[in-house]
Design a protein around this ligand. Structure first.
Ligand SMILES: Cc1ncc(COP(=O)(O)O)c(C=O)c1O
Length: 305
């Protein structure tokens, strides 16, 4: 997970060195995946570090664990201050990634997790540049399906859920592709292992709805708003495999990935290069996260200012 260049983490309200042992092997989350997490980006620009949509990420963090009755013992304000403080204490003066999470601690082999189960909260900060080639990537529709609400709550960002993402990624990589695309339980397009997906056809943008087991992504929401501001229509609707392959443009969205054009799906070329609407949105997104889009300055939390 990147180098531990920023040597302090936040653990249960205190700043501690990243290499200090803090949990034991009997920690419930290691055995059962009972951790809720977020991935948040902060952007360095013009002498300020700005955390993007911090409040929305904190709200989702709380909602995730609530599906499993996991207690988050800090207020939203304490968590937000903790993350800004973590960046300051580590003197972060470059764009970075913040990973807050909470997890069930000592709870034996008990599968009955209640609000009485002990939980811990931690936050790390890591340097992070592009995780995909922004010039366009290849993707494969993998055989593994995205899990659905029929089995596990899709909107909960829980550690355990990511085994589905890991096995889908392994399948795509084995085939020589950069990324996987998962179908939902009905066979419609759902999302990528760690990103939402958009198709562009005739100037309209569509993205799978939550009923297709797509995460209600914060970048997805950002992109839909930016697209509308730029005069495009953007909406959630079910997308068949055929519709995906017949798209003019396809791109993925996620906090870590930002906006990434997909230029090949399996054997099908989607375009030789990123499409014009994808490129326009990529530019607008960078303008927004850098604090140069006054309409959305409320989405940015200054760390030093
Ligand atoms: C499964 C999954 N889908 C979509 C996303 C994109 O969500 P966001 O834009 O909120 O980062 C993520 C990343 O958090 C993810 O893990």
């Amino acid at each position: 997970m990147g180098s531990p260049r920023f040597g302090l983490i936040w653990f249960d309200g205190k700043f501690v060195p990243v290499d200090k042992p803090l949990v034991t092997l009997t920690t419930h989350a290691i055995h059962y995946g009972t951790s809720a997490f977020e991935g948040i980006r902060a952007y360095w620009d013009s002498d300020e570090l700005r955390i993007f949509r911090l409040r929305d990420h904190v709200r989702r963090l709380r909602r995730s664990g609530a599906y499993y009755s996991m207690r988050l013992r800090y207020t939203d304000r304490e968590l937000m201050d903790g993350m800004a403080g973590l960046c300051r204490r580590n003197r972060v003066k470059e764009s970075c990634y913040i990973r807050p999470f909470y997890f069930v601690g000592e709870h034996g082999i008990n599968l009955h997790v209640t609000r009485a189960a002990p939980t811990h909260v931690a936050m790390l900060v890591l340097p992070l540049r592009d995780i995909f080639d922004k010039g366009g990537i290849s993707a494969e529709i993998v055989g593994r399906r995205k899990f659905s609400d029929l089995s596990t709550p899709v909107q909960a960002k829980m550690g355990g859920n990511y085994l589905n993402s890991i096995i889908a990624t392994q399948e795509a990589k084995r085939g020589g592709f950069d990324e996987a695309i998962l179908l939902d339980h009905r066979g419609d397009v759902s999302e990528a292992p760690g990103e939402n997906i958009f198709v562009v056809k005739g100037g309209r943008l569509h993205t799978p709805p939550s009923s297709s087991s797509a995460l209600d992504g914060i970048t997805r929401d950002t992109v839909m708003r930016l697209a509308e501001d730029l005069g495009y229509s953007a909406s959630a609707r079910r997308i068949s495999k055929e519709r995906l392959l017949g798209a003019d443009e396809v791109f993925l969205t996620g906090t870590a990935a930002e906006i990434v054009p997909v230029v090949r799906i399996g054997k099908k070329r989607i375009g030789r290069r990123p499409g014009p609407i994808t490129e326009e949105l990529m530019q607008e997104y960078q303008r927004t996260v850098a604090g140069r889009n006054p309409r959305y300055s409320r989405w940015l939390t200054g760390v030093y200012g």
